[in-house]
Design a protein around this ligand. Structure first.
Ligand code: FES
Length: 85
């Protein structure tokens, strides 16, 4: 479990182990576009402003991973992560 901070409005969203970041954000009313929901299309990519990411996708380059993540599969290694569209 970790906490996602939705940077545009500072909203804090708890992401329990059984929910993806994408699902938790949606449940909190944050609309994030998705397609494959399996870490392969890149549609759900979010900018990462703070925190350490546990990348679980199979499409982002190492360079892209420095500042973004795919919300459908990837999670946080840190207790908190700040993301933006
Ligand atoms: Fe396709 Fe997340 S929805 S990578």
């Amino acid at each position: 479990p970790f906490t996602a901070v939705w940077a545009p409005d500072g909203r804090r969203v708890d992401v329990p182990a059984h929910l993806s970041l994408l699902a938790a954000l949606r449940r909190a009313g944050v609309p994030v576009t998705s397609s494959c929901e399996a870490g392969v299309c890149g549609t759900c990519r979010l900018e990462v402003l703070e925190g350490e990411v546990d990348h679980r996708d199979s499409v982002l380059t190492e360079r892209e991973k420095l500042s973004s993540m795919l919300a459908c599969v990837s999670r946080a290694k840190s207790t908190e992560i700040a993301v933006a569209p």
